[in-house]
Write a protein of this length. Structure first.
Ligand code: XMP
Length: 323
């Protein structure tokens, strides 16, 4: 729409003026906000921007490719990919407490990002002066206000950056709501799968494994999640659902039967929710046929899973994520 064209033009001019000939860096997560923010900055200053994408090994199936291949093809952005999978998994080994997982992931993310940053700083060029962040209007309100809103889980989006960062922030989405950000993303020609991606937590699949995280468990939840997303998309219901976590109860074993044999596998939980802002949510009334397809495919195709359960709790009292 014309308003989104205006926002793009306005932001592009503003970013150019602010940045001058300095270099700019951005942490790209693959989520809507950072992708759109970086694409706007890329449109404004091109080569002066370098994006860093940290693969922490906790991503869903296909997400790395989506950034490394599709996003780069759509934006032409300078991208530095850091493969930190071993590092993150090493530090997470044996950790079961959700907040501890978040702390470790937050800490390692900053470490990894800073190392990448240093490399960029050391490559010849104009000074690096700015950092792009995909802060939205609701983030500003939520972290600015503070009063009354209990900080149930530690989030890293705003204010989670180390104090000694000497960069000024560029936050081109600061006045926008999510739906407007999506429109800007479409305007900028980003891949629809990214523009319409459901929110996904920074700590990734680590908080969708109830129990300790390891490569094998990640593979289970990744496969189950891919099936659920594929079927939701095939049913044309992506935009009816806010988020659709698939959770592996890794420390629970359930008895099942397959062929002539008794199995002793793990349950996965489907947690489709509808919501406006993630503060409150309701469980999505997905069609039974869709749920059936997802359940049949998961138990057939993901070896270690022999039971699929549906979470029918609203938020409150349940949170969207299980951890
Ligand atoms: P809950 O589970 O509290 O989640 O209902 C609300 C929204 O926040 C997301 N979430 C996180 N996002 N880091 C993030 O960046 C986190 O540690 C985190 N924990 C939850 C969750 O996916 C939902 O959208």
């Amino acid at each position: 729409t014309w308003t989104m064209v205006n926002i793009v033009d306005e932001q592009v001019d503003h970013i150019r003026e602010t940045v001058g000939d300095a270099r700019v860096i951005c942490a790209l997560s693959g989520g809507v906000d950072s992708s759109v923010a970086a694409a706007l900055v890329q449109r404004a200053i091109g080569e002066q921007l370098t994006c860093v994408f940290v693969d922490h090994g906790l991503l869903r199936k296909g997400e790395r490719d989506q950034v490394v291949r599709d996003y780069v093809a759509a934006t032409d952005v300078n991208l530095k990919v850091v493969d930190a999978r071993e590092q993150f998994l090493g530090h997470l080994k044996g950790v079961t407490d959700p907040e501890e997982k978040r702390k470790i992931i937050g800490r390692e993310f900053i470490r990894t990002f800073e190392a990448a940053e240093r490399e960029i700083l050391e490559t010849p060029g104009t000074p690096v002066k700015f950092l792009v962040q995909g802060t939205l209007y609701p983030d500003v309100v939520e972290s600015g206000g503070g009063e009354g809103a209990a900080n149930i889980k530690s989030h890293h989006n705003v204010g989670g950056l180390p104090e000694d960062l000497e960069f000024s922030l560029i936050e081109p989405l600061r006045t926008l709501f999510k739906d407007e950000v999506r429109q800007v993303g479409e305007q900028l020609g980003l891949p629809p799968a990214m523009v319409w991606r459901h929110p996904f937590p920074g700590p990734g699949l680590a908080i969708r494994i109830v129990g300790a995280v390891d490569e094998q468990r990640l593979e289970i939840v990744r496969d189950a999640d891919a099936i659920a997303r594929e079927e939701l998309t095939a049913a044309g219901l992506d935009r009816d659902v806010w988020q659709f976590p698939v959770v592996l109860l890794a420390d629970v074993r359930s008895v099942g039967v397959q062929g002539d044999g008794r199995t002793y596998g793990h349950p996965v939980v489907l947690r489709p929710v509808s919501s406006e802002d993630a503060m409150t949510a309701d469980w999505s009334r997905l069609p039974y046929e869709l749920l059936e397809r997802i359940s049949t495919r998961i138990t057939n195709e993901v070896n270690e899973v022999n039971r699929v359960v549906l979470d029918i709790t609203s938020k409150p009292p349940g949170t969207i994520e299980w951890e």
